[in-house]
Design a protein around this ligand. Structure first.
Ligand code: CP3
Length: 346
């Protein structure tokens, strides 16, 4: 396990060429995914079918030999398992009941979460076994969860939004209720990620996709504070566990996030300048990222140029090559193959 390049980088080593994996590497751009997805029923059924979810996790590893295999699931499986309700409407994205009040908070059950995530934990152990059985010895198994703030965003709005205005309004208008939700999600996330580690996850990533919509004071209260609590709780239970944080679009708050949450690595979104980040973030913290998914979609010269400039910027420090956000479904798999070849040949 200690030899896996991704884990070496997370432990603070600089490895060349850098390990590579891609956010949303299992998904609709792969015909083999679409085939399994079509036979699985809805998306939640797929996430709770351990055999199929494990198969889908392994598909991109077989095709591209990535250094990381990320559990196939979704950040919204936590509200689902807490009893909040969730469905995915075809072509519309997630739909949840709106989180409104104290009765809504009381209805969420951590005991229920512990039970409902069982199939997802079985997926983790099946992937761990699959990586071994298929000889993917250099590939690390990545567990994940959404960060409390981003999960709360979808719960309060009842789905996606461009600016999560209602969530921000609630955070100001009823700080006790909103913090109550965040604190419950901290506890849920610690339980869920601990169980993933016990099941075989070798590192974990926290996705805070909407961190960037917050004012500095709310960012400290609802991104930094809960992330620091989760990191501290996981560390006390699993001292060697490495944790990757992704505070998307954090902008000027990125350095403070890195300095105060205790994460071992930070995933840079597409807007981050990797030259500045490499120079300004502590050398002990790994950076991950941050190719624009649209450059991967475009392919050709633009893809090579962008990828090379990230490689140059992060050379000599602990770094993991990745995208700045998830791969889009229209991406030709051949572009992914070309990218892996380019990074491995660097
Ligand atoms: O990265 C991986 O390959 C692992 C699996 C994974 C999924 N979602 C699968 C998925 C991970 C790590 C996520 C994280 C996730 N989910 C985030 C954080 C990262 C980010 O993209 O910002 C968020 C915000 C979600 C919530 C979510 N899930 C939305 C908004 C949607 C609908 C939009 C879309 O892309 O379809 C999903 C659905 C979803 N999650 C799909 C997949 C493969 C598509 C479902 C399908 O196959 O129909």
């Amino acid at each position: 396990m200690a030899d896996k390049p991704l884990l070496r980088v997370l432990a603070g080593e600089s490895v060349w060429p850098p390990p590579i994996w891609l956010m949303r590497q299992a998904g609709r751009y792969l015909p083999e995914y679409r085939e399994i997805r079509a036979g699985a029923g809805d998306f939640i059924a797929l996430c709770t079918a351990p055999k199929l979810a494990a198969e889908v996790t392994l598909q991109p590893i077989r095709r591209f030999g990535f250094d990381g295999a990320i559990l196939f699931s979704d950040i919204l499986m936590v509200p689902w398992a807490l009893g909040h309700g969730l469905r995915f409407a075809e072509g519309e994205g997630p739909i949840l009941p709106k989180f409104l009040d104290t009765p809504g908070l009381s209805a969420l059950s951590l005991d229920r979460l512990d039970r409902e995530v069982a199939p997802i934990l079985e997926t983790v152990s099946r992937v761990a076994a699959g990586l071994k059985a298929e000889g993917h010895d250099h590939t690390a198994l990545i567990g994940f969860a959404g960060s409390p703030f981003t999960v709360a965003c979808y719960m309060v709005e009842g789905g996606g939004s461009k600016d999560f205005a209602e969530t921000r309004r609630l955070a100001y208008a009823d700080p006790a209720l909103f913090s109550g939700l965040i604190d419950l999600l901290v506890e849920a996330t610690v339980r869920y990620l601990s169980a993933q580690v016990v099941a075989g996850a070798e590192t974990v990533m926290l996705f805070d996709s909407w961190a960037g919509v917050l004012s500095p004071s709310l960012f400290r209260a609802h991104v930094i504070r809960p992330t620091a609590s989760i990191v501290a709780a996981l560390r006390s239970r699993f001292p060697g566990l490495r944790i990757i944080g992704f505070p998307r679009l954090a902008g000027a708050m990125l350095a403070e996030y890195v300095a105060t949450t205790g994460v071992d690595a930070v995933a840079m979104d597409t807007s981050v300048d990797p030259v500045r980040a490499s120079a300004e973030l502590p050398a002990s913290v790994a950076v991950q990222g941050n190719l624009d998914p649209m450059a991967l979609l475009a392919g050709g010269e633009a893809l090579s140029e962008q990828a090379l400039s990230i490689l140059n910027a992060t050379r000599g420090r602990p770094a993991i090559f990745n995208l700045g956000h998830g791969i889009v479904p229209q991406t030709p798999p051949a572009h992914v193959g070309a990218l892996v070849e380019l990074v491995r040949g660097a």
